[in-house]
Design a protein around this ligand. Structure first.
Ligand SMILES: [Zn+2]
Length: 349
């Protein structure tokens, strides 16, 4: 079968190649790939900056934002041939740490978890893949190709759960949320904000184009510029850029009692001479919480599937801005200005 593989930590090693059918040890459920979304992590792996091959292998099958159709459910009675499914990405560490032991692999304490398409476990960019039934999420069949948005939605489903958990440390009636960054994660965070009944604001650099329209058609308010110019203090900020200055602005802009949830993973970028004690003093005097959030456990996968099933299909459809063939994977990994979510399509949904 054809698969997109990479030698981790070797830049430019990605290939579309023939590999053997998936190993039955990867799980009894056999799936035909429909599509795999591309994200910044895939780009980093292909650039040789990240990623680990499976044990005793040199190459890794890329891809963690899956969508497929069950070809053979194996002994599972919960799945049947033809079901649309998405594969959960992370597996608990083998020790396991206390969090993995209770199914919270997203909160793994020792970083020995594995991840399909990223860390020591083949991903989903192959014509067929196998998976364990307990790590298979069946999705609403009416989503079709849009099911490929489930994995990024799990990231924001967890982030929202974190924000709400933190908020309930005190009496809390949040009204406004600011989302920084109008990429796929930011737009999906905004979608969930609307589903939570909040007044949603989205901030990004661009001042025209599809992102602006998508925010408006969601019934949210679009802002280009900086958080300091919003004219209000958000009760919740979901930070999806990972950009140092944007993060610093979020700490200043959040309202008293407010929660800033960091979901973006960036690096470097100096923010002048940020007086950290002054930043902290503001946080103390405003009872702020800054919470980091990564990955998702099965509860978040379930919540995300419910959120997607409830969402407007034509709005979701506009998030998928480009579908490329597996042979053109390099084009899929190259971002253009109007891209939101690019997917590599293996078969019709
Ligand atoms: Zn763990």
């Amino acid at each position: 079968m054809k698969a997109i593989t990479v030698e981790p930590m070797v830049s430019g090693s990605a290939l579309l190649e023939d590999i053997p059918e998936p190993d039955e040890r990867e799980g009894p459920v056999l799936v035909e790939a429909i599509a795999v979304g591309v994200c910044g992590t895939d780009v980093e792996i292909v650039e040789g900056k990240y990623g680990w091959a499976p044990p005793r292998k040199t190459r890794l099958v890329l891809g963690h934002e899956s969508l497929g159709r069950v070809l053979d459910p194996g002994p599972s009675t919960a799945l049947k041939k033809g079901d649309l499914v998405v594969g959960i990405v992370r597996r608990p560490d083998p020790i396991p740490c206390p969090n993995c032991a209770v199914g919270e692999w997203d909160m793994c304490r020792n970083a020995q978890y594995t991840e399909r398409g990223i860390k020591q476990h083949n991903g989903f960019m192959s014509e067929h893949w196998r998976i364990e039934p307990e790590y298979t999420m069946k999705i609403d069949s009416s989503l079709g190709l849009l099911g490929v948005l489930l994995e990024p939605t799990t990231v924001v489903a967890k982030a929202w759960e974190q924000v709400i958990a933190v908020g309930h440390r005190a009496f809390w009636e949040p009204r406004t949320v600011l989302v920084t960054g109008a990429g796929p994660i930011g737009l999906l965070a905004a979608l969930l904000g609307k589903q939570h009944g909040l007044e949603v604001h989205v901030l990004d650099r661009v001042d025209s184009g599809p992102k602006v329209e998508l925010v408006r058609s969601l019934g949210a308010t679009y802002h280009s510029g900086v958080a300091a110019d919003l004219g209000f203090e958000p009760d919740i900020i979901i930070e999806c850029t990972g950009v140092g200055q944007v993060i610093a602005d979020c700490f200043s802009a959040v309202g008293a009692g407010g929660v800033v949830c960091l979901t973006g993973v960036g690096s470097g970028g100096r923010t002048g001479h940020l007086p950290i004690a002054d930043v902290a003093a503001k946080g103390v005097l405003k009872n702020n919480v800054i919470v980091g959030s990564v990955n998702a456990n099965k509860r978040h996968w379930y919540k995300a599937s419910e959120a997607l099933a409830r969402a407007d299909r034509s709005w979701l459809g506009q998030l998928v801005t480009r579908c490329e063939r597996p042979a053109d994977f390099a084009k899929a990994l190259t971002r253009t200005a109007d891209d939101i979510k690019v997917v590599i399509q293996f078969a019709e949904a």
